[in-house]
Design a protein around this ligand. Structure first.
Ligand code: NCD
Length: 306
């Protein structure tokens, strides 16, 4: 039995195979409409979510399976003090696979130790978010045909943004990728990510504070929200929350085929006028998120299309 807690739980070959399968699901949804008949997904969400939880649920329903779960710690037994270990032992009796989001880094990894069903990390604190990474990779691959030679700008809260950490971790395995890390001083990519992913693999990267001075170099611009819930101090959040706002005027300096990604939810980071620009790929990303989660669950459950 396999769990997906970290993006590196999937090798490059497994990742590519999942993206191929997700691409086929996008083109031939009818072929997969009942591959998970009789299978049940549990969504255990101890933290707010719209896209991740509902896309997992839609993905399972698209394959003919069923779904149970909770969408906040307050309406689960966590509110009574139950441990993640006990909860997953119980859920293992009710479902075939589970997706867990938790504010504590490492909680899904701990659950996996006690689980009898595959556990998928749907976001753990400021740590990792592997299925968002599959979504991002599918979107980049569809727009750019692959990853080789791309200059990828990551902009915003690179400290607390788990989607950023997972995307760097997965992409660092592809040769020829260069990163431009755009953030305020206080929200820079954590040192462990720089050391383990970028320096250890000798990947070219730059850390800058100004988006406009680098936007013309980018093939991908990955915008992120400042992660309010991870700040200790509200004054710091208020000071940093509007550090970057992508507007139509800034986009005029970018390459005509650059793609703008954002894991969403967006707060102020992307002006609404950008939504109509063909470079805006964030709603396409949402659609791809359903296909990659279908592909991942189908693969972890070991079911095949006829
Ligand atoms: C992201 C998350 O939860 O980390 N959202 C998502 O899953 N699409 C990004 C965010 O909350 O800013």
């Amino acid at each position: 039995m396999k769990h997906v807690i970290d993006p590196l739980d999937l090798s490059v070959e497994e990742t590519e195979a999942l993206l191929d399968l997700a691409g086929d699901m996008a083109e031939n949804p009818a072929k997969y409409a009942s591959v998970c008949a009789g299978k049940r997904l549990a969504t255990l969400f101890y933290e707010p979510s719209t896209r991740t939880r509902l896309s997992f649920e839609a993905a399972m329903m698209n394959m003919g399976g069923t779904v149970i779960g909770f969408s906040s710690a307050d309406n689960s037994s966590a509110a009574k003090g139950e441990s993640v270990a006990d909860t997953i032992r119980v859920i293992s009796c009710y479902a075939d696979i589970c997706a867990m989001r938790h504010p504590k880094e490492g909680a899904p990894a701990r659950a996996a130790r006690y689980s009898r069903i595959p556990v998928i990390n749907a976001g753990d604190g400021g740590h990792q978010h592997p299925t968002q990474t599959l979504t991002d990779l599918m979107t980049i691959r569809r727009r750019k045909g692959g990853f080789q030679g791309l200059t990828i700008g990551l902009c915003g809260d690179l400290k607390f943004g788990r989607t950023v950490h997972s995307l760097i971790r997965s992409l660092a395995r592809y040769g020829g990728v260069r990163f431009v890390l755009i953030s305020p001083e206080e929200l820079r990519v954590p040192e462990y990510v720089i050391e383990e992913e970028l320096k250890a693999k000798n990947l070219p990267y730059r850390e800058v504070e100004d988006l406009e001075s680098v936007i013309a170099d980018l093939d991908i611009l990955y915008m992120t929200r400042v992660q309010k819930e991870r700040f200790f101090n509200e004054a710091d959040y208020i000071r940093l929350k509007d550090s970057y706002i992508l507007t139509g005027a800034k986009l005029r300096k970018a390459k005509p085929d650059m793609a703008v990604l954002h894991p969403l939810p967006r707060v102020n980071e992307i002006a609404l006028e950008v939504d109509d620009d063909p470079r805006a790929a964030y709603f396409e990303q949402v659609q791809n998120g359903v296909y990659v989660r279908m592909a991942l669950m189908m693969t972890l459950l070991g079911v095949k299309a006829c």
